[in-house]
Design a binder for this molecule. Structure first.
Ligand SMILES: *Cc1c(COP(=O)(O)O)cnc(C)c1O
Length: 388
């Protein structure tokens, strides 16, 4: 019987240890493995190339994304930069314009030094993607919903364009997770994750993942993983597997709460705009519904200006004010000085990342408590304004 994602998260083939029945994958710290003979090696030789704990995580994530091969890296950026190493000098990359700040930095400040050029495009508009494709374009990099303005890329349309031009497609699925969106099923070649976020979910590990279903591509990424060596250590692999067990339940609860909060923020006079693909007003609402099973647990909202942001950040009690997202605790962040600090003012302006923008990653607190917390913060601003 094939299980639903919710069940298979708990009943993967690594559910119990075949040696002793332990209901947790053992953490194998060994850096090397004893071999029988000069030309008769076992499954593992040196732990950068392969480690049983890492392999368990890689199997589990491959299954979840409906792929065949998973790869675990030391961070989301390690997964993304290793994937970019599929490109060579002289190649060109088309990439979402409001991509995660770290990916932006890598593309503009590192890949350019390796002779890999790029064009940023608004991926909500396939015609702009088509225009940006050059004879040497080898990869199209998507992130949907985008960060932090939550724009929705029509995945199938971009995949179709890529196939017509012989380009690889890569999608950063950090915001949705395989519980809500499985890009490999839509034809994407490589899915990447910052497993630091929802996949681990407890703000206690930095990790990255890449997943493919094509055997040749898997061999190439395995080669790059071993060559660059930015692998995830066994202890951290275990933490990611531990977090994964509750991924479905966490995504369900946090998404439900995020949807209610998004609707509530819409009604607040202090809030000028709410960015959440689960709102009917969102331009990507229909496409997101078509290609995923929910709108996720991250939303952004815009206040009047930086001063209003400062006041709200000071006044709220529940959210952690921090860089990151996707945790059990609600995280409030300020993209201009946090996730998107790598962009210049002009680059942020062009992407609609204004000074009044806050991003909220909704955790597992009671929704009403979060509403009350923000209501009090807004009320405080109102009172201060009235006293002026
Ligand atoms: C955090 C994040 C990354 C980078 O991941 P790290 O684990 O911090 O290296 C990449 N993409 C998105 C969408 C992210 O939120």
């Amino acid at each position: 019987m094939t299980f639903s994602k919710q069940t298979s998260l708990l009943h993967s083939k690594h559910k119990t240890d075949p040696h002793n029945g332990a209901v947790s994958v053992p953490i194998q710290h060994a850096s090397t493995f004893d071999q029988k003979d000069i030309d008769d090696f076992g499954d593992y030789d040196y732990a950068r190339s392969g480690n049983p704990t890492r392999e368990a995580l890689e199997d589990i994530i491959a299954d979840l994304e409906n792929g065949t091969h998973g790869f675990a890296f030391a961070s989301g950026m390690a997964a993304i930069s290793t994937t970019f190493m599929l490109l060579s000098a002289g190649d060109h990359l088309v990439i979402t314009d409001d991509v995660y700040g770290g990916t932006f930095r890598l593309t503009t400040k590192v890949l350019t030094r390796q002779g890999i050029e790029h064009t940023f495009v608004d991926m909500t508009k396939p015609e702009e993607v088509a225009q940006a494709i050059q004879p040497n374009t080898k990869m199209i990099f998507m992130e949907t919903p985008s960060n932090p303005t939550m724009k929705i890329t029509p995945i199938k349309e971009i995949v179709k364009l890529a196939k017509e031009h012989g380009c690889l497609t890569v999608l950063d699925n950090t915001f949705m997770t395989p519980v809500l969106q499985r890009p490999l099923d839509l034809g994407v070649d490589v899915v990447v994750h910052s497993a630091t976020k929802f996949i681990s979910g407890h703000s206690d590990v930095v990790a990255g993942l890449a997943i493919v279903k094509d055997a040749d591509l898997a061999a190439e990424i395995k080669f790059l993983q071993n060559s660059f060596g930015a692998i995830l250590g066994p202890q951290d692999c275990w933490l990611v597997m531990r977090g994964l067990k509750t991924l479905h339940t966490r995504m369900e609860a946090s998404s439900r709460s995020a949807a209610r909060l998004a609707a509530w923020f819409l009604e607040q006079p202090e809030v000028e705009h709410v960015y959440y693909p689960g709102l009917k007003e969102h331009p990507g609402f229909d496409i997101n519904n078509e290609q995923s099973e929910g709108a996720g647990a991250v939303l952004s909202f815009r206040l009047k200006d930086k001063e209003a942001v400062r006041k709200v950040v000071k006044a709220v009690e529940i959210p952690v004010f921090a860089v990151s997202l996707g945790a059990v605790e609600t995280i409030l962040s300020y993209p201009p000085t946090m996730s998107h600090a790598a962009m210049s003012d002009a680059e942020r302006d062009a992407r609609g990342i204004s000074d009044g923008l806050l991003r909220l990653s909704v955790g597992l607190e009671k929704t009403e408590d979060l509403m009350e917390d923000f209501a009090r913060a807004f009320e405080k601003i109102r009172l201060e304004e009235a006293q002026k």
